[in-house]
Write a protein that binds this ligand. Structure first.
Ligand SMILES: [Zn+2]
Length: 358
């Protein structure tokens, strides 16, 4: 059981999302609507001071209480490199894409599926700055040059500056099927989103819920409140070894926050693995992270994690979770040994293991 369990819960609904909706709700076209969503969005009827912040992005189309959108997913094939999902939300007006694969062959396949809808891409979201989610962005931008690309400022900066060295490492590993830094820098997201923003696309309202350092530096989750659909990036994986590259402890706190904020039956679309109801996916993710954290804590009592200890942690977790796979083209045991080192480092231990997450 997480120690964070007793922490006060965040309110179920985030006020900023509603605030940001007011301008759209007051447009004449929206005033004609008599839907629950409309009334929610104008109450409380505060002044339009919220126009300035948080940001509101809107297409020219009026916001309507549309029928539930269809969400499609493409999952990369682990035999090539990855297991990453690209999701696209289809409405009458067009398609909204979430994440763009890592390597070009997978991005091309995802694109072919999206193009088969015959609809325009109205926008692209990049959930976080890991290469398996943006390596294919240049192909998406070439195919849909008019589509705005949304990401958090930290995500775009990390892509541009390669602050963690992921771009260089993946270019060295994958060669022609991964973009150069020049290509990445020439195809960056061109719209900045922040926590509480609402992005209106295709008659849908994507609420942005930005999380700080955990799996990635930041993750921009997206929530379609009217349809109770959550896009969680890699904060929830199902069946794939999690990589707490920034902070395992923060990640556990964030899982509590997600649990408090969304319903158990919220449908969650994730970075790796199939979509489904939130509660079981979240419980599985939490259990894995807690087991990993406890194993590392036990091993670093002397302030050191050596190679043998990292390997023991990896083997124990592999045995306990036999159906969870490695990610990023890495063997599971490699991922786990490396991840044990990350967590040990986050907890102030000296890491004497050469296990690498490539
Ligand atoms: Zn990922």
């Amino acid at each position: 059981m997480s120690v964070a369990k007793d922490r006060p819960r965040a309110p179920r609904f985030a006020a900023p999302g509603f605030t940001a909706l007011r301008p759209a709700a007051l447009r004449p076209s929206a005033l004609r609507l008599r839907t629950g969503a409309f009334f929610k969005s104008v109450i409380p009827a505060a002044a339009l001071a919220a126009l300035a912040t948080p940001a509101l992005f809107a297409t020219s189309a009026p916001v309507q209480a549309a029928a539930a959108p269809t969400v499609h997913s493409f999952a990369a094939q682990p035999k090539l490199v990855d297991t990453t999902n690209t999701h696209w939300v289809e409405t009458d007006e067009g398609v909204i894409v979430i994440d763009t694969q890592r390597v070009f062959p997978e991005a091309e396949r995802a694109l072919r599926h999206i193009q088969r809808t015959g609809k325009p891409v109205l926008g692209i979201f990049i959930t976080h700055a890991h290469t398996d989610h943006y390596g294919g962005l240049s192909l998406f931008k070439a195919a849909f040059p008019d589509a705005p690309v949304f990401a958090a400022a930290e995500t775009t900066r990390s892509m541009r500056e390669d602050s963690r060295g992921y771009n260089a490492a993946r270019k060295a590993r994958h060669g022609d099927i991964f973009p150069s830094q020049d290509v990445i820098s020439a195809n960056l997201p061109d719209r900045t989103i922040d926590d509480g923003d609402v992005v209106e696309l295709g008659g849908l309202r994507f609420e942005v819920h930005k999380m700080g350092p955990s799996e990635a530096e930041v993750t921009s989750m997206l929530y379609l409140r009217d349809h109770d659909l959550l896009f969680a990036g890699d904060l929830i994986n199902d069946g794939f070894v999690p990589a707490p590259l920034e902070s395992l402890d923060n990640w556990l706190v964030q899982l509590d926050e997600i649990e408090a904020r969304y319903g158990a039956d919220t449908t969650v679309y994730i970075g790796h693995g199939p979509h489904g109801p939130l509660a079981p996916a979240l419980a599985a993710q939490r259990a894995y992270l807690e087991d990993l954290g406890a194993a590392v804590t036990a091993a670093i009592g002397d302030g050191v994690l050596d190679g043998a200890e990292a390997e023991t942690i990896a083997f124990d977790l592999e045995a306990r979770y036999p159906y969870w796979h490695g990610v990023g083209g890495n063997a599971r045991i490699e991922v786990l040994s490396a991840v044990a080192g990350f967590v040990a480092e986050q907890r102030g231990a000296e890491v004497r293991s050469d296990a690498a997450f490539r």
